[in-house]
Design a protein around this ligand. Sequence first.
Ligand code: ATP
Ligand code: MG
Length: 283
Amino acid sequence: MSTLNVNKEQLKKIQEMQRKAVEKMSKIKYKIAVLSGKGGVGKSFVTASLASALASKGRRVAVLDADIHGPSIPKLLGVHGYTMMAGPEGILPVTAAYGVKVVSMDFLLPSEETPLIWRGPLKTNALRELLAEVAWGDLDYLLIDLPPGTGDEPLSIAQIIPKVDGAIVVTIPSDLSRIVVKKAVMFAKKLAIPVLGIIENMSGFTCPESGKVYYILGKGAGRRIAEEMKVDFLGEIPMDPRITEANDRGVPFFVEYPESEAAKAFLKIADKIIRKIEGESSD
Ligand SMILES: Nc1ncnc2c1ncn2[C@@H]1O[C@H](COP(=O)(O)OP(=O)(O)OP(=O)(O)O)[C@@H](O)[C@H]1O
Ligand SMILES: [Mg+2]
């Protein structure tokens, strides 16, 4: 682990940021982290779509793109290229469809190709500063999109936010993902973050011509892992080439294809999350 030499003044600044971050977070009703053991399983797509689904149900939602090295939420929500402005109350998030507020490093980087060469402590400070300095406004949900694995960013989030209300683990339907998914579930449990459940992404692909379903990446691993780990299975999102196409184009899939099976699946998952998090009073 790298050591960080901080002088008294820097320490004071960090403490002040932490105090501010804690205060801001206490005003957001529910904080949910989305993680996965493996990269490229569709975490960011799931986070973005779930945010849209929750917001379409009248919830006030924000997404923190905590993937500092590869921020992708702005593109998935159709707001890539926008910038965050400074307002009297702090940094103003960018607003996407359904009023979803978006905070991402993507808005602060000079260009898409600029890599951020930062180590652990710097990343923690950057995340803390974002949480502290953003004018989040009145929010029901903050969804936090994390980079793959169980490294610096998820740990930082758990350190900075005193109470994360839940973790959602995203997987693909292949049994090969079993070990990494289990690691992600164990990680959340170790940090005392309740696991809301597992979402299986890139499940069956339905051939538009024949209607036949092909299980390209395998079948049912998400549900099996959930049973083994004794956590809930929240649902499956089918594989759909329109998802890749919309994501590449930088338009929000959930908004663009509301009639798709994937969009409907997100609405059902949003209902489950609302019931789990808000309990009986959810209606
Ligand atoms: N259900 C799906 N059907 C088709 N394509 C999908 C689906 N879900 C995600 N994709 C595509 O898979 C790719 C990876 O998705 P995404 O970036 O959301 O994954 P990730 O887990 O966040 O990746 P990383 O680990 O790099 O953060 C994207 O190109 C996305 O468009
Ligand atoms: Mg991602």
